[in-house]
Design a protein around this ligand. Structure first.
Ligand SMILES: [Zn+2]
Ligand SMILES: [Zn+2]
Length: 426
């Protein structure tokens, strides 16, 4: 058994090194891209048995690319899916971003086991100068022989759909629409800032005085929390009024406030620079939700001061929930033969890839609970059982964390969030 574990660890480590190496390659932005933004609207359809994805709309979104000009290959790859753009002539990967979709949770629900459903995706890509291939990819788990008689598990991106795009021949819808946008706080060139669009739902109109108050409330809530507080000048924040059908009771969970209308959301954003979207719902009832590399949703409940940084932790950092909720339909999401993607939980299948190197010497695994740690602190780093919805078999770094019970972000979550800043500000 021991050999298998070690081999598995070595294999996974190799996969990660491969990703880091790809990230280190410098892609010359001006050689491959015009400086504009290509938007593609996709549909993903499926159930627990599998899913397919296809492109529905091609849109010329903006004459400006608001993302980084240097971090073109995603070095973190924290999502279930990835969009990758390849130069058609050389076959070289010139852009990639990984992301998640609500479908991941849907397929774990009772309905998702038997009934297919469709989910919208909107991907923003740098506009290519020449013909490219765009691959929509999904992580797939496969058994891989490691050495004589030993099999490990590898999780790699495989193509689901590959489409060609030729900017000289293919027609694009044109959408240089400027939404009702308010610049809330600007610190510089969108290409080297994290652009956050706060989308206001449920207000009476562009002149609703409450909307302005709430925009500022949301913004100040985000910047009250570390690490966002120290990085305030790395952000630009915009407000956009747009009703986008965010609703409570997603997948039968009362507090789960989400929107399925991603295309409409992006239509309303128009040309607004946006790396991340926060949907602010004018409702006092507790609720929220988030999808990695897409958006976070929160209501105006008095707990928004905690809900927003927590949901932004999912959307921005790809962090997992560190709490236990075994009533959730998809509660066994992280009980697998391979490590969860998220950096802040482990099922000990390949713990060396997680926060093992950060642990003080002689830390017991699992680490016994220490109920003396107050909820305003994370407490000492360890490997505490109970995380990712499961009471058993999934572990978290500290007794308390923003991703568990609204304490400050734990050191493992903080480390990941700090890495993400580098993706946008270089
Ligand atoms: Zn959460
Ligand atoms: Zn944490």
């Amino acid at each position: 058994m021991k050999t298998t574990t070690i081999k598995l660890l070595a294999l996974s480590a190799l996969l990660l090194l491969g990703a880091a190496h790809a990230g280190a390659q410098q892609i010359k932005f001006k050689k491959f891209f015009t400086g504009g933004t290509l938007r593609i609207d996709c549909l993903r359809e499926g159930d627990a048995q599998g899913d397919t994805v296809w492109v529905n709309r091609w849109i010329d979104r903006s004459a400006t690319w608001h993302g980084s000009h240097t971090q073109l290959i995603d070095p973190i790859e924290n999502g279930d899916y990835r969009v990758a753009m390849y130069d058609a002539k050389s076959g070289k990967m010139i852009y990639s971003r990984s992301y998640s979709n609500l479908f991941r949770e849907y397929k774990g629900t009772a309905e998702g086991k038997t009934t297919k459903a469709r989910f919208e995706e909107t991907l923003l890509l740098p506009m290519p100068k020449n013909k490219v291939k765009i691959a929509l990819q999904r992580r797939e788990v496969e058994s891989v022989p490691c050495s004589k008689g030993v099999t490990g598990v590898a999780v790699t991106f495989k193509n689901q759909t590959v489409v060609e795009f030729d900017p000289d021949k293919d027609e694009l819808e044109f959408n240089y629409h400027i939404g009702e946008r308010t610049d809330l706080e600007l610190h510089g060139d969108p290409a080297t800032k994290i652009d956050v669009a706060i989308v206001a739902q449920g207000y009476s109109g562009a002149n609703d005085p409450q909307m302005r108050v709430d925009y500022y409330r949301m913004k100040e809530i985000l910047f009250a929390q570390e690490p966002f507080k120290s990085h305030r000048e790395d952000f630009n924040v915009y407000g956009v009024m747009a009703d986008v059908d965010a609703e409570y009771n997603t997948f039968g969970i009362d507090r789960y406030l989400m929107t399925f209308s991603l295309w409409k959301l992006h239509d309303r954003l128009g040309t607004t620079p946006c790396d991340y979207i926060i949907v602010m719902v004018n409702n006092e009832k507790y609720g929220g939700g988030a999808i990695y590399n897409f958006y976070a949703v929160t209501s105006m409940h008095s707990m928004a001061e905690y809900v927003l940084p927590h949901e932004f932790g999912h959307a921005f950092g790809g962090l997992a929930d560190e709490y236990v909720d075994e009533d959730l339909a998809y509660g066994d999401l992280h009980i697998n033969d391979y490590e969860p993607l998220e950096p802040n939980i482990t099922n000990l299948k390949a713990f060396g890839l997680k926060w093992k190197s950060m642990l003080p010497a002689n830390t017991p695994i699992p680490t016994p609970d220490n109920n003396a740690v107050p909820k305003s602190e994370c407490g000492p780093l360890g490997v505490y059982e109970g995380a990712g919805y499961s009471a058993k078999g999934v572990y978290r770094p500290t007794m308390h964390c923003m991703m568990r019970d609204y304490a400050p972000f734990c050191p493992v979550c903080m480390k990941r969030l700090e890495e993400i800043f580098g993706l946008y500000t270089k």
